[in-house]
Design a protein around this ligand. Structure first.
Ligand SMILES: [Zn+2]
Length: 300
């Protein structure tokens, strides 16, 4: 019981964060499980409402359960960005370990009341499910954007973070701290990187005293990732980077053998490409952890 809470607590003590990777189909799921087995760290598999609609909410939970039974991987399942009570209840009943209820598009007070209602409904179904709420603007859509949004985004303040957590009872908070869903072209090309407001993360953590999730992690500066974990980030979402790897690899695979029609031959290298991204991110998010495991005397 409360296995995910225990894992998050342990990783925090070890200076690491749980990698969260979105899956839309079995190609992504196989890639994440393979990376988790290889790197030997816990991971969180996520599916947004769109991804759940495509995969099937109950079907995804069933496949994840089946993969868990057949591997040593420590994999948890998250219902990412859930915008209605109905969809939250559906995921809770399907056996998800965590649910992100996202009413961040509403005014603060309405976000609080809708999130609180969802927390109560979910905990009634299964008290062990961790519920995440969101405040502030981190954009929509894990895709390639043409330009950076021109008007400044509403960043989360420590005061509203504290008030939101206390009034809603969420276990996890998703703040807006310079992160953004999706990537602009220059990030996909590796020319620019997202930068995070580390001081703000530190202040939010101190005020809110809950687990924190960094959404929209794709294309973020590596050093900022490390600093954000030290400042209190517990979960990091990577989606667009996987989607970019998936598309590029699929195009290459199709181009290389124009007459190939066997799906598992076309898709094998695609699984490997997505797995490579997951593996490199897991190594980064768990970098301090492995150092401390090697030199336990340096542990806090
Ligand atoms: Zn997100």
């Amino acid at each position: 019981m409360d296995a995910l809470r225990n894992v998050l607590t342990r990783l925090e003590k070890e200076g690491a964060a749980l990698g969260h990777f979105n899956v839309a189909d079995l190609v992504f799921l196989k890639a994440v499980f393979a990376a988790a087995v290889e790197i030997r760290v816990p991971v969180l598999v996520g599916a947004s409402e769109g991804e759940r609609d495509f995969f099937g909410t109950r079907q995804l939970a069933a496949v994840v359960n089946s993969l868990r039974e057949d591997s040593d991987a420590f994999v948890f399942l998250n219902a990412d960005h859930t915008h209605s009570l109905l969809k939250a209840v559906e995921a809770a009943k399907a056996g998800f370990d965590a649910i992100v209820v996202d009413f961040s598009g509403l005014p603060f007070e309405e976000n609080v009341s809708s999130t609180k209602e969802a927390v109560e409904a979910i905990k009634t179904i299964n008290a062990a499910i961790l519920v995440e709420g969101e405040i502030g603007d981190i954009g929509t859509g894990s895709q390639i954007h043409n330009s950076v949004q021109s008007e400044p985004r509403a960043l989360t303040t420590p005061e509203e973070a504290k008030q939101f957590v206390q009034s809603t009872g969420v276990d996890i908070l998703a703040p807006s701290v310079g992160n953004m869903h999706g990537m602009v072209r220059s990030m996909v090309q590796g020319k620019t990187r997202k930068r995070l407001d580390i001081g703000r993360i530190t202040r939010i953590k101190k005020a809110a005293q809950v687990f924190l999730t960094l959404h929209g992690g794709s294309g973020t500066n590596d050093e900022d990732f490390q600093k954000s974990i030290a400042a209190g980030i517990n979960i990091i979402h990577i989606n667009t980077e996987l989607r970019v790897a998936w598309r590029r690899s699929l195009e290459t695979s199709l181009d290389e053998e124009p007459n190939q029609v066997v799906p598992y031959k076309i898709l094998r290298p695609v699984v490997d490409s997505v797995e490579e991204v997951v593996r490199s991110r897991l190594k980064l998010f768990n970098a301090r952890r492995s150092i401390e495991a090697m030199f336990p005397s340096n542990a806090k």
